[in-house]
Design a protein. Structure first.
Length: 248
């Protein structure tokens, strides 16, 4: 079996042996991939900054069947996204995006829609704020996983929502009217639903994010975090850190 070549997004690394690192990538062709980058812990490593989270790279690797770890032959930067990691907020969000992609992806299962979604939210446009990138990413990721409900009628009684606040079940899939909902369901106002509609109908760079106030973005973030938590059956480590940063 020869060398394989694919585009990838670097997710995380951890030290391995004296001089190596294990790297986790989300590859365009092979889904999640774990491999050894030999010598990556050395000061002058040939891998340079290509192993930073959310780097867009071309990776060439060698993998034997039934072997858990691939051997990374080379990893070249296509887009470093380093500018996005220069602030504390930016590096925290990049770590969160990497954690989300790591949790939602499977080894050997490529998903081109998810791959393109992550590249889109890493667009270098200075007009995109972190809350905007995060809401776009989470909302689409949950939709592609089939978690987002349809917001037209109550899933129980069929009542048409109109401009009412709706109540989303904590596991997603279903939205209810007030009368059918319980206190555990998560409310979503008409304005928040309009933002979701906007996210599903436009590219991230063609949405006028200035139209959406901070509170609307924050409330949608709360719903998304609950749905992610329920879907993964755990809280993201980076969510706790970002919450602390937000409260500072
Ligand atoms: Zn109802």
């Amino acid at each position: 079996m020869g060398l394989k070549n694919t585009e990838a997004i670097t997710l995380r690394t951890y030290p391995f042996r004296e001089a190596d690192r294990i790297v986790v990538f989300f590859t365009r062709t092979y889904g999640k991939l774990r491999g050894i980058a030999r010598g990556a812990r050395r000061l002058k490593s040939r891998f340079g900054s290509s192993l930073e989270p959310m780097s867009y790279v071309r990776v060439i690797f060698f993998a034997k069947e039934n072997q858990e770890l691939a051997v990374i032959n080379s990893c070249d930067l296509l887009q470093s996204h380093a500018a996005l990691r220069r602030t504390l907020e930016g590096s925290c969000h990049c770590a969160r995006f990497a954690e989300l992609l790591n949790e939602f992806s499977q080894e050997g299962e490529a998903n081109d829609k998810i791959f393109r979604l992550f590249l889109a939210v890493l667009d270098l446009s200075p007009l995109l704020t972190w809350p905007a990138r995060a809401r776009y990413l989470e909302t689409w990721l949950l939709r592609l996983e089939g978690v987002y409900p349809v917001f037209l009628n109550c899933g129980r009684c069929g009542h048409e929502f109109g401009k009412d606040t709706i109540h989303v079940r904590s596991g997603g899939h279903e939205a209810l009217c007030r009368a059918c909902s319980s206190s555990r369901d998560i409310p979503l106002t008409f304005s928040e639903r309009q933002l979701v509609h906007e996210i599903f109908s436009r590219n991230i760079t063609s949405i006028d994010w200035n139209c959406w106030n901070r509170q609307t973005l924050k409330n949608l973030g709360k719903l998304n975090s609950k749905l992610i938590q329920y879907h993964l059956e755990k809280t993201l480590k980076s969510d706790r850190f970002l919450k602390e940063l937000d409260e500072c």
